[in-house]
Write a protein that binds this ligand. Structure first.
Ligand SMILES: C[S@@+](CC[C@H](N)C(=O)[O-])C[C@H]1O[C@@H](n2cnc3c(N)ncnc32)[C@H](O)[C@@H]1O
Length: 365
């Protein structure tokens, strides 16, 4: 079994320079126990590093894209050789005028492939590596050119003030959710614009429903139900940095636990389908699958889940997100995968990265 996506999309560019998936939610969903073996889609790298704070025996990080693996590699080098404040500077989470010098310190640690990629991206280094992807560029365009047409700086700052849920609802309904907001978000987040500027068109092949309407509805949840003043991901979209609350992997208390466990990471570039085919039965306890199932047909998704069940340990967990395509274990796997629906629904409500339709948590029976 191999990945159809691997044959079609261009993986030489960085698509996601950060993990746009909430690591707090992921960690609670996976419930990793010490000494377990985990498999994690590398993506931007942050969430794979977060898994190390639970002291698993091993985390196998896999991604089809060498560019995404280079994102993980540069972070690993940064945890090894930089201090925590320097890591935040390199990421773009704090102001800096010496990112090139920080990179020069890490460069010798990188593989030839990662070094070649980052050497060619001096622009991204200067900006902060967390802003280097196509998806982050899309968000930057939104921040610089679209958002100012909708709301002025003062109103934007008011949105991020701490307030009660009732106040947030009132603010959203009276001052935020006007016709400009709806119109411009509808235009900028439409499938057509998103395909051109944000995600690869092949990522939408199986998308269902009105993409922009879903973004609008989930933005309401992020601005009213969740607290914008404590949401680093939302802060990044609005201001280009995380503010005071950082994503899990970047919090000071997680720096040493990640650094101390970097040797437990095993990096594999390639399709997860191919990797699984080489692994023995009963060998992996926890699977962070990002949202890979929605880039494949329903049949391919079912086949991959069946492989996960074969390789997975009893009571192990599989966690993944649905953005625009509803995917979960098919009926044919009902006796092998049990949906943890109450947990999924609760965590979905807490998900600070608001644009997902669902979080799926399934237990291997
Ligand atoms: C697309 S990102 C997730 C981004 C985020 N959820 C979003 O859409 O905003 C997931 C990562 O999965 C990788 N990927 C997709 N299909 C894969 C496969 N079959 N095997 C390994 N990696 C895969 C992509 O290269 C990417 O880095």
């Amino acid at each position: 079994m191999t990945s159809a996506l691997a044959q079609e999309a261009d993986f030489s560019i960085i698509r996601y320079a950060q993990c746009w998936e909430d690591a707090d939610v992921l960690l609670e969903a996976l419930d990793i126990q010490p000494d377990e073996v985990c498999l994690s889609i590398a993506s931007g790298g942050d969430n794979t590093l977060s898994l190390l704070t639970r002291r698993p025996r091993k985390v196998i990080a896999v991604d089809l894209s060498p560019a995404q693996m280079a994102c993980l590699e540069i972070r690993m080098a940064a945890y090894r050789d930089l201090s925590h404040p320097e890591l935040l500077e390199l990421m773009g989470a704090r102001a800096s005028d010496r990112r090139d010098a920080l990179y020069a310190r890490l460069r010798p640690r990188l593989s030839v492939a990662a070094r070649t990629l980052w050497d060619a991206r001096t622009d991204a280094i200067a900006l902060g590596i967390g802003g280097a992807g196509k998806f982050e560029t899309y968000m930057r365009l939104f921040r610089h050119y679209v958002l100012p047409l909708i709301h002025g700086r003062r109103r934007l700052e008011t949105l991020f003030q701490e307030r009660s849920p009732e106040d947030r609802k009132r603010f959203y309904e009276r001052r935020w959710d006007g016709w400009r907001w709806r119109l411009l978000v509808r235009m900028f987040c439409s499938q057509a614009v998103s395909e051109k500027l944000g995600r690869d068109p092949r990522f939408f092949r199986y998308a269902e429903g009105d993409v922009a309407a879903q973004v609008l509805a989930s933005a309401r949840r992020a601005l009213v139900q969740l607290d914008p003043s404590r949401n680093p991901y939302l802060h990044w979209i609005a201001f280009g940095d995380y503010g005071d609350d950082l994503p899990h992997a970047l919090r000071p208390e997680n720096f040493d636990p990640i650094r101390e466990n970097l040797d437990r990471l095993d990096l594999k570039t390639g399709a997860v389908e191919d990797l699984l085919a080489e692994l023995p039965a009963d060998s992996i306890a926890r699977f962070n699958m990002s949202d890979v199932f929605e880039y494949m047909s329903g049949e391919d998704a079912a086949r991959l889940l069946r492989e996960i069940v074969r390789v997975g340990r009893p009571q192990g967990r599989v966690v993944y997100w649905n953005t625009f395509v509803p995917r979960s274990r098919p009926a044919a796997l009902a006796d092998r995968l049990r949906p943890l629906s109450t947990l999924s629904a609760r965590l979905h409500q807490l998900d600070k990265v608001f644009f997902y339709r669902a979080l799926v948590v399934e237990e291997i029976v």
